[in-house]
Design a protein around this ligand. Structure first.
Ligand code: NVA
Length: 310
């Protein structure tokens, strides 16, 4: 059976710690493991725009000894020119793993059901679990290691209904974080994901809070995170996705409510003056460039983990 990573809770708390520890080891020495030596190919497919994800996966696959096969989703037209299941059968006969950025979560689930090789979610409408692994690695980097993650208070403010919010809920709960989501009315996370996160948190010592008050989310937080108010595919909603989010902007006043040594995360791309001010994004509490680098280390560890268990 191939091991997949389609959403954050596909890793148990123990497995997540193992992946993060391996990721930290990769940061110290980028060539400690080469599970793709041969080289074996990994297909990296994009149905949505990308910069960090394409660079970090292709670089990471090469550093694991493999061959990164970048596939333009516009050319492949998966699901229209050819079904997802038939694409999965073709790819699974040739590549060691499939990394896919696409739209509906059901598409990547269908790929995983048929491919016969590990399938990794490189962002869907619902989740961005590789980003959250990198974010957890970044928190660990600045807070005394992977063992220090549990018990940290993590505030995400902005669009509570998007992929990052959902992945922070599941991935954060798995790590034992106190996850707080601050979001306007009408942009709540999916209720079933909140329930899943609360169930996971009950076992890890974490907790889950969803609020419509920025101050309630950020007060005393160790980590403050945000994301664009307009995710890929929502460009036609840009106008309506402005006014409700203004009270959730991460600015100096919001940061004054967090712990004085709080760190700031943003998965990027960032829109200075919208969800975060330049003063905060480019300021001393921001660790967003470590976070971007950690995509590479976290995804190498994740790929090594799923390949070695498939
Ligand atoms: N929520 C954003 C994340 C970008 C990395 C989006 O889906 O566009």
């Amino acid at each position: 059976m191939a091991r997949h990573f389609l959403r954050d809770d596909d890793l148990t708390p123990r497995e997540q710690r193992e992946v993060l520890q391996l990721a930290a080891a990769f940061r110290d020495d980028r060539f400690i493991r080469t599970p793709l030596a041969g080289p074996r190919a990994v297909a990296v497919i994009f149905d949505k725009p990308t910069l960090r994800t394409q660079v970090s996966f292709t670089t990471g696959i090469a550093e694991l000894g493999g061959y990164p096969l970048a596939v333009d989703g516009a050319l492949a037209q998966i699901g229209s020119r050819e079904s997802v299941a038939d694409t999965a059968r073709v790819l699974g006969r040739q590549v060691a793993a499939i990394v896919w950025r696409t739209h509906a979560q059901s598409r990547i689930e269908e790929m995983a059901a048929t491919a016969g090789v590990p399938v990794v979610n490189a962002l869907t409408d619902d989740f961005h679990p590789c980003q959250v692994l990198a974010d957890l690695l970044t928190i660990a980097q600045h807070r005394g290691g992977v063992g220090a993650l549990a018990g940290q208070t993590f505030a995400y403010v902005g669009d509570g209904s998007n992929n990052m919010a959902h992945s922070y809920l599941l991935g954060g709960a798995t790590a034992g974080l106190h996850v707080r989501i601050g979001t306007p009315e009408g942009y709540l996370p999916d209720a079933s994901i909140v329930a899943d996160a609360a169930r996971i948190a009950a076992g890890t010592g974490g907790s889950v809070t969803v609020t419509h008050e920025l101050a309630e989310a950020v007060a005393g937080a160790d980590v403050v995170a945000t994301d664009t108010w307009v995710s890929m595919g929502q460009e036609d909603q840009a106008a309506e996705r402005e006014t409700p989010f203004v009270p959730f902007r991460v600015d100096a006043a919001a940061m004054a409510l967090a712990r004085p040594d709080a760190i700031v995360l943003h998965c990027l791309p960032a829109y200075r003056g919208k969800e975060i001010t330049a003063e905060v994004l480019d300021g001393p509490q921001s660790v967003v460039w470590d976070e971007a680098e950690n995509r590479l280390h976290a995804q190498k560890a994740l790929l090594a983990f799923v390949l070695e268990r498939s």
